[in-house]
Design a protein around this ligand. Structure first.
Ligand code: SF4
Length: 152
């Protein structure tokens, strides 16, 4: 099974501050699944490092007030293209991000506050019937390893 994943979760240094991350639960999937890394912010043409951005009122705004909605939508579209190409029915994405976050994202105030909602990519994938799992949902990710496809 091919699973779309946020590239930064595999250590790719594509985060806004030029760092990468990790996800132990994903490491356990490598043996049995093909992980397809994507970074929608980079695919949208944004540089690394970059000014942080958050979703607000249907737009994506940088901390210094620039509207980068178009870049986020473009990048999400490119990631969706890869999801379709590799026939991914599931994605494991980095939580809280304005692109990859699912269920809960920063609230647009740049003060650390959170609000219910999805990042631009997570929303687009869901609209196309792709299951999105946050990177801290370790039980759900482990369920993929054991072949469970239903949501827990
Ligand atoms: Fe990671 Fe997604 Fe942000 Fe790229 S857009 S750095 S993959 S959370």
């Amino acid at each position: 099974m091919n699973i779309l994943v946020s590239a930064c979760l595999l250590g790719v240094r594509c985060r806004y501050d030029g760092t990468g991350g990790s996800c132990e639960a994903l490491d356990g999937l490598r043996e049995s699944h093909h992980l397809i890394p994507v970074c929608p912010e980079v695919y949208g043409g944004l540089p690394t490092p970059r000014i942080p951005a958050e979703r607000r009122d249907g737009r994506v705004m940088t901390k210094d007030g620039r509207d980068v909605t178009q870049q986020y939508e473009r990048g999400a579209g490119e990631a969706l293209r890869l999801a379709a190409y590799f026939n991914c029915s599931t994605a494991v994405l980095k939580e809280k991000s304005p692109a990859c976050g699912c269920g809960s994202i920063h609230d647009g105030s740049f003060s650390g506050g959170m609000t219910d909602g999805d990042g631009v990519l997570a929303q687009l994938l869901k609209e196309h019937g792709i299951r999105v799992i946050g990177d801290t949902c370790t039980e759900e990710i482990a369920g993929l390893r054991h072949g469970r496809t239903e949501e827990l």
